[in-house]
Write a protein that binds this ligand. Structure first.
Ligand SMILES: Nc1ncnc2c1ncn2[C@@H]1O[C@H](COP(=O)(O)OP(=O)(O)O)[C@@H](O)[C@H]1O
Ligand SMILES: [Mg+2]
Length: 254
């Protein structure tokens, strides 16, 4: 079942001579994990913002859950590149924020927040404040908060890009488990090709400006992949194919 559909979508910013994105066609199925890769400035964030209803296309339609999207929906959770936490709130209180937008959290909500925090390895840190956390822990809080509402659709814009390699690897595993557990349909932007291949059912490559979808790659691996898949020849082959396709775009790489 198609959950997200971009049909011949273009976006041109006011005052620009050419569109950033043009003739974008993309469909995402229920429960699918799709990564978008492409050079820096190719329009990945812009595309995600349109799918999230934060920005409207100049041409074409984006349909989410059966309706043309014009504003953010409660079924969509958006995760930004930098963890956005409120400094004066504890980890637990930060994770409860999406609930507070709807109602006053009760004991059940607090228990759920603790459960989700345990899933991301923060069971012992629920009463800490953001300034007491490492970058990896902040990203974990962001993940826990994103899953607090059991999102039907999750849009993530380079959420792990500022983390060290080991922390990133751990969070990739946690994200894989969480999206599986909550059956969230996910669009994930990254400039890390290995990360895209490791996490995704499908990887979508955006081309040069005006960008369109130049190629899509189905990842031939089952869900819930072990870390060691990254050393498997079949995985390395897929990653090489992705690299070669990006190189084939020409221009400077990012
Ligand atoms: N609000 C905006 N107004 C004008 N130009 C923008 C705006 N946001 C992004 N752009 C331009 O659109 C292009 C794509 O940006 P972006 O979507 O952020 O790329 P990416 O996420 O792939 O790095 C860039 O050239 C950028 O400068
Ligand atoms: Mg971006």
């Amino acid at each position: 079942m198609t959950i997200i559909a971009c049909q011949d979508v273009s976006l041109q910013f006011k005052g620009d001579q050419t569109p950033v994105l043009d003739h974008i066609d993309l469909q995402v199925q229920k429960g699918e994990f799709v990564s978008i890769i492409g050079k820096s400035g190719s329009g990945k964030t812009t595309l995600l913002q349109m799918i999230g209803g934060l920005l409207n296309p100049t041409k074409g339609d984006i349909t989410v859950l059966g309706n043309v999207i014009t504003e953010p929906l409660t079924e969509i959770t958006y995760v930004f590149q930098r963890p956005v936490l409120l400094e004066w709130r504890t980890v637990l209180e930060n994770v409860l924020m999406p609930i507070e937008l709807k109602k006053r959290p009760n004991q059940e909500d607090r228990n759920k927040a603790k459960e989700v925090l345990a899933l991301v390895g923060l069971a012992d840190h629920t009463n800490k404040y953001p300034h007491e956390l490492s970058g990896g822990m902040m990203s974990r809080v962001t993940l826990a908060r994103a899953f607090m509402t059991e999102p039907e659709i999750l849009l993530m814009d380079e959420p792990f890009s500022s983390l060290d390699a080991m922390t990133k690897e751990q969070l990739q595993l946690e994200l894989m488990k969480l999206t599986d557990q909550f059956s969230s349909t996910t669009i994930f932007i990254t400039h890390d090709i290995t990360e895209a291949a490791y996490l995704s059912d499908r990887v979508v490559l955006l081309g040069e400006q005006p960008a369109r979808v130049v190629k899509e790659f189905q990842m031939p691996f089952s869900r819930l992949r072990p870390k060691k898949l990254k050393y498997d020849p079949s995985f390395i082959k897929v990653v090489k194919e992705l690299y070669d396709s990006i190189d084939g775009l020409g221009g400077s790489s990012s």
